[in-house]
Design a protein around this ligand. Structure first.
Ligand SMILES: O=C(O)CCCC[C@@H]1SC[C@@H]2NC(=O)N[C@@H]21
Length: 240
């Protein structure tokens, strides 16, 4: 079920407060906003409130037998990738970037924010369907820059369906097929990356795939592989 709000602060914040209030938010329920006045992104950033864009959140209930909750991000990213794919004229321009960004032509098209609340994960997705923000430090884009912008409600249904498929695959088949499919949808192995792990200097290296639990493998200039569990990652051509 897709519930649409004309305006709210943040759909992630709304679902978290419903969970804190003890409301039973069912899996498969999506909260979508026409406008977000306090949309939040990863690492304390804000998220652009673009008219006609998709801004929505849903809840996943973590079950004892599920893979680790952090790995859910890989399945969410694949769902967003699959939902966007039919709207993009050249599929080769679309790629995933670790940890959970969707890039179009090397510029950010969509982002995902996972927030844990008790035994639930609130999954927030923002996709620039019709408009992209001007950011000082990185390139952004929207589907409308390459094709007619999809109708937001149509896109919301496509994403909700795709998300249900990926959630089921994550639960049923685990991480090995998920990481394999994620790598296939990412920029090619060898792509130059600039990685900023928390509390460290920026590291330059090349994409070398994912570990079996979904961490980023970065090939350093001297050839050694460094495993990255958290941080900000930029493509060389992403910087604005
Ligand atoms: O920084 C990122 O890349 C993550 C962006 C996530 C934005 C979405 S929009 C819907 C949901 N509500 C929020 O406040 N944030 C997420």
């Amino acid at each position: 079920m897709i519930e649409v709000l004309a305006e709210t602060g943040s759909t992630n914040a709304d679902l978290i407060s419903r969970l804190c209030d003890g409301d039973r938010v069912a899996e498969g329920h999506w909260l979508v906003a026409d406008r977000q006045t306090a949309g939040r992104g990863r690492q304390g950033r804000s998220w652009f409130d673009g008219s006609g864009n998709f801004m929505g959140s849903t809840v996943v209930r973590c079950l004892a037998q599920d893979p680790p909750a952090a790995s859910l991000a890989l399945g969410v990213a694949l769902a967003v990738y699959e939902a966007v794919l039919p709207f993009v004229p050249n599929p080769a321009d679309l790629s995933l970037k670790w940890p959970n960004d969707l890039m179009l032509g090397g510029a950010k098209l969509a982002g995902i924010l996972l927030e844990r609340e008790g035994d639930a994960v609130v999954v927030g997705v923002g996709v620039n369907l019709a408009a992209a923000p001007d950011l000082p430090d990185r390139r952004t884009t929207s589907i409308s820059m390459v094709a007619p912008a999809p109708d937001r409600d149509h896109f919301a249904r496509a994403l909700a369906n795709q998300f249900a498929v990926e959630l089921d695959r994550w639960r049923t088949f685990g991480l090995e097929p998920l990481t394999r499919r994620w790598i296939a949808a990412a920029h090619p192995v060898g792509t130059p990356l600039r990685v900023h792990p928390p509390g460290e200097e920026v590291i330059e290296g090349a994409f070398a795939g994912l570990t079996e639990d979904g961490a980023l493998m970065l090939r350093l200039p001297e050839g050694r592989i460094r495993t990255i569990h958290a941080g900000d990652v930029m493509l060389a051509r992403e910087e604005g």
